[in-house]
Design a binder for this molecule. Structure first.
Ligand code: HEM
Length: 147
């Protein structure tokens, strides 16, 4: 449908430059919630948040995040096929101390990155399309917190 077209169309260019876009997203995330930085055990090696975000370990995580988004975009027709993967990914994030409430601010940071990168192409329907996909990903990851 229309949602999928909007997501695929916008990801076509962004997906070719994953790391810089991921850096915008995570810089925003740490700006909105600096405490999330401390969940990365390697964060003690950096001075400022900007140093952190551009350190090799953080760039690696940023790349991992962008690859998950890439996988979701490629599987828009069968997001169910990612459920086991996302469940396990959720469990790993529970283990490192992430709280499911933080996914709201992650979503905000994702939208911020899209807005920065897409400019005029960032419209209300596009925003909603991404939110819809993101909420499916978050729901699947959040099952990893269930006892
Ligand atoms: C791994 C933190 C959000 C994807 C990790 C690790 C930490 C972490 C500490 C383990 C160390 C590392 O691999 O760097 C966080 C925090 C987040 C967040 C604080 C935001 C609150 C996300 C999101 C995704 C994601 C939104 C993708 C949708 C991954 C992947 C791994 C990972 C793929 C590697 C898992 C593995 O080892 O199999 N994350 N993460 N993370 N994260 Fe995140």
């Amino acid at each position: 449908g229309k949602d999928k077209e909007l997501i695929r169309g916008s990801w076509e260019s962004l997906g070719k430059n994953k790391v810089p876009h991921g850096v915008i997203m995570f810089s925003r995330l740490f700006e909105l919630d600096p405490e999330l930085l401390s969940l990365f055990h390697y964060s003690t090696n950096c001075g400022t948040t900007q140093d952190c975000v551009s350190s090799p370990e953080f760039l690696e995580h940023v790349t991992k995040v962008m690859l998950v988004i890439d996988a979701a975009v490629s599987h828009l027709d069968d997001l169910h096929s990612l459920e086991d993967f996302l469940f396990n990914l959720g469990r790993k994030h529970q283990a490192v101390g992430v709280n499911t409430q933080s996914f709201a601010v992650v979503g905000e940071s994702l939208l911020y990155m899209l807005q920065c990168s897409l400019g005029q192409a960032y419209t209300a329907p596009l925003r909603q399309a991404w939110l819809n996909m993101y909420s499916i990903v978050v729901a699947a990851m959040s099952r990893g917190w269930a006892k």
